[in-house]
Design a protein around this ligand. Structure first.
Ligand SMILES: [Zn+2]
Length: 157
């Protein structure tokens, strides 16, 4: 039977046996887990990170999970949102729509990883899309940049 509500339970460890209608949230391990709201009994794991799902708890303690839950890999293929403890069912998706959502997820993830990597490299790394604004930067070899830096330093530039 399809559920229409789910209640959060904040835990340190996600229990092995999940109770239907409970969204287990481990803030420590940044993950959440619940039994598929369609009633099929499948376990749905939603890691909590900017590239996966974001959990929002409002002042009343109601939780919202973003983006939607799409259980493409389970036989039920159910698709729903968890908004303020309520399950909002999406219409069944066609295979093409599922493919589109999957592609978007992959893109989102790639973009996020790219951002993280860029931060690791350092703040002075030019974002890729601004390269067109400064063709000289793009063309300068490390040696040319070094020379230009030296010239700036001693006031020749
Ligand atoms: Zn299901």
């Amino acid at each position: 039977m399809r559920l229409s509500t789910i209640r959060p339970e904040f835990v340190e460890f996600i229990p092995r046996e999940l109770v239907e209608g409970v969204l287990y949230v481990s803030e420590r391990y940044q993950t959440a887990s619940h039994k598929c709201a369609c009633g099929c009994g499948e376990k749905v794991v939603t890691p909590l990170s900017p590239a996966d799902w974001r959990l929002h708890k409002d002042q009343a303690g109601l939780v919202t999970l973003h983006p939607s839950i799409g259980n493409w890999n389970h036989p039920c293929r159910s698709h729903y949102w968890i908004r303020k403890n309520r399950i909002q069912w999406a219409g069944s998706m066609s295979a093409r729509e599922i493919e589109r959502v999957k592609q978007r997820d992959i893109l989102d993830k790639a973009r996020y990883i790219d951002q993280v990597n860029r931060k690791k490299v350092g703040q002075d790394v030019e974002p890729r899309n601004s390269a067109a604004d400064s063709p000289s930067n793009q063309l300068a070899s490390p040696w040319e940049q070094f020379v230009a830096g030296l010239q700036r330093l001693i006031g020749l530039r």
